[in-house]
Design a binder for this molecule. Sequence first.
Ligand code: UD1
Length: 384
Amino acid sequence: MKVINVVGARPNFMKMAPIIEVMNRYPEEFDHILVHTGQHYDERMSRSFFVDLGMPKPDIDLEVGSGSHAEQTARIMVEFEKVCLREKPDLVIVVGDVNSTMACAITAKKLGIKVAHVEAGLRSRDMAMPEEINRLCTDVLCDYLFTTDHFANENLLAEGVSPDKMVFVGNVMIDTLLKHRELARGLGLVEKWGLQSGGFATLTLHRPANVDEPSIFRGILEALHQVAQEIPIIFPSHPRTRKRVEQFGFGDYFSDTEKPRGLWMTEPLGYLDFLHLNMNALMVITDSGGLQEETTVLGVPCITLRNNTERPITCEMGTNFVVGNNRDDILQHASKVLNGAAPRGRVPEKWDGKAAERIMDFLKDLASNKCLKSKSRAFIFENQ
Ligand code: UD1
């Protein structure tokens, strides 16, 4: 089976790494290449993750870079179509919910190529999130939908998706976390920065809904600044957020010490360093999707600065509180954690480090059934 694995942006890399690793164990069954769309391109947003995760260099980099949603999506589609026509894959695998995920799923499907979506069925029901649009478009097109939890299967069933397409495999991102946990534990960043384990918080913040509107962003920073009087908050900042801080003149909220004190901004961190910090943190404050899941497995309280989550299992079973982006709500929940009133949570079913193996079991069966080549695919390829 000829497979194109697609990555594009930072949260894709840790999801694709275990899939490639397990696929490499079956060279007879899978001839696979890795395509990077180039949606993320900075060293710290992209290449450093390949190094940390031991991922192979992409075979093809589409180098699309940044742009408006339409520009970026269109550029990916144009370039990815050329790759598909040249490589003629039997299957394209996309992960997550970024623009690259949707763009490559649409492109491949229109060429009659089968498409698999890893992390299918997550729904925030918030159409103001670009990721929700990406998830809906991707799932409706895909032939194989690999899900992380029962909510995802229920969402897909409610949308009329045939159960035959769904496979509940667990969480590939957690495969990566469990594999690297011991390595990350031994890194010395907490000591190097003069921090105490359990005596600091980490922060990520980059959603347009939180950082693009000055009054909302200011409210969040005021709350965080106050929490940072109690414990240092380490903030590896996304390029979008850094730009907004400069643009809105919010630099005064951050301390300019050499080592972490108060609300302390640093460059984006690599996968291992950030995992090391999160596993030692008293709490994680975030608007990211993946961190809600990672903190659930680490048993670290997570305060999510959003009004909804596409990952409700992290609230039901895990350590996640979805608190919105209002100053007082953030403060109230942060105080609870500071006062020790946070649950440890439980780890959801099949978040056990074997999700990629389950995906491969399914794909091996598929490869042996040779049911991948659709009529439309043959027609399109032959007529190019
Ligand atoms: C994207 C994903 C989001 C994910 C996030 C993780 C979409 C719609 N959004 O958001 O789901 O949580 O990645 O980081 O796909 N930039 C750089 N260097 C880079 C990449 C981006 O400076 O390597 C800057 C550019 O100014 C760019 C901006 O960040 O315009 C936003 O990048 P973009 O990929 O459009 O979206 P993210 O906010 O990163």
